[in-house]
Design a protein around this ligand. Structure first.
Ligand code: C2E
Ligand code: CA
Ligand code: CA
Ligand code: CA
Length: 279
């Protein structure tokens, strides 16, 4: 490979060459990390209007043996390009299923939900449904407490295939949320076709509260739309009391953000369950 590569290397500048090998190293490192189950769920609390915990969003973290704890910004892009993100998602789903089963074993925590982010391609993989249902049945978790977060753009790729997959999972009780809602450019007609349970207002709108009237108007409209379609609505990226109060006024009833807690390890989340109380 070196001999054939020599000629082409001349056309690259050295920093570009370096970037390529760094990328390949990271890719190899992700593969290694997947083998050792170094990708672990961090949990960010989700609350209702009464301030009680309803569950958490699962956000992947890489517990790297040398580099320490790494956020998705460090690995998601390369994992996506190398088609490894699906495996990270599956590890999150397996660990989330196991955790739900544990919580469901005790009355005080039985109502907690976990929301897991799903990457686009996974939804279209033929064996995905079977794999996910197997995680749930192996652990003994009730599927009704698992929510899958999808983005609008990933659904539009092949809408009918997405709908078929979602329907099948929803029949088993799994729920669906549209992540980053309001940031896509598609028409809203798809909302009627998709089997959905929740819209998640993107943090870019929340960030502009309370001053920005435009963001407030958009959030109000999303809440009204959700209401008439009988969907739950949750706001993410809630950082201040003012934002929280404004969101309540605008009709939002579920919240997630640094104001209530950053993504945290399971043990820390379980502490919060005690102090905050479960819905
Ligand atoms: P996302 O799904 O939109 O997740 C929300 C991001 O906003 C998270 O970043 C979270 O830590 C951050 N966040 C939460 N509350 C606040 C807040 O109050 N203020 C601000 N400024 N930020 C807040 P994180 O954990 O770095 O994740 C980034 C993205 O990586 C996620 O965006 C999601 O798209 C992706 N991701 C994370 N875990 C997974 C996973 O297991 N699978 C897949 N496919 N994607 C994942
Ligand atoms: Ca999300
Ligand atoms: Ca989001
Ligand atoms: Ca986002």
């Amino acid at each position: 490979a070196k001999a054939s590569g020599r000629q082409s290397i001349r056309f690259f500048d050295p920093t570009m060459q370096e970037a390529v090998s760094t990328r390949l190293q990271l890719e190899e490192d992700i593969r290694r990390g997947l083998q050792g189950v170094e990708f672990i769920p961090y949990l960010q609390p989700q609350l209702n209007a009464a301030g009680q915990l309803t569950g958490a969003e699962v956000l992947a973290r890489w517990q790297h043996p040398e580099r320490g704890l790494l956020a998705p910004g460090y690995f998601i892009e390369v994992a996506e390009q190398a088609e490894l993100i699906e495996q990270i998602d599956l590890q999150m789903l397996r660990q989330a299923s196991a955790q739900l089963a544990v919580w469901q074993g005790a009355p005080a925590t039985a109502s907690l939900c976990l929301a897991v982010n799903l990457s686009a391609r996974l939804l279209y993989q033929p064996d995905f449904i079977e794999t996910l249902l197997q995680f749930l049945s192996e652990s003994g978790a009730d599927p009704r407490f698992l929510k899958l977060e999808l983005t609008e753009t990933m659904l539009l790729d092949d809408m009918s295939a997405a709908i078929a997959c979602m329907r099948e999972l929803r029949e088993q009780g799994i729920r669906f949320s549209i992540d980053d809602f309001g940031t896509g450019y598609s028409s809203l007609a798809y909302l009627q076709k998709l089997p959905l349970d929740q819209l998640k207002i993107d943090q870019s709108f929340v960030r502009e509260l309370p001053e920005n009237d435009g963001s407030a108007a958009i959030i109000r409209a999303i809440c009204a739309l959700a209401g008439s379609l009988q969907l739950e609505v949750i706001a993410e990226g809630v950082e201040t009391e003012q934002q929280h109060a404004t969101l309540l006024q605008l009709g939002c009833e579920h919240f997630q953000g640094y104001l209530f807690g950053r993504p945290m390890p399971l043990a820390e989340f379980e502490q919060l369950l005690v102090t905050r109380g479960v819905a």
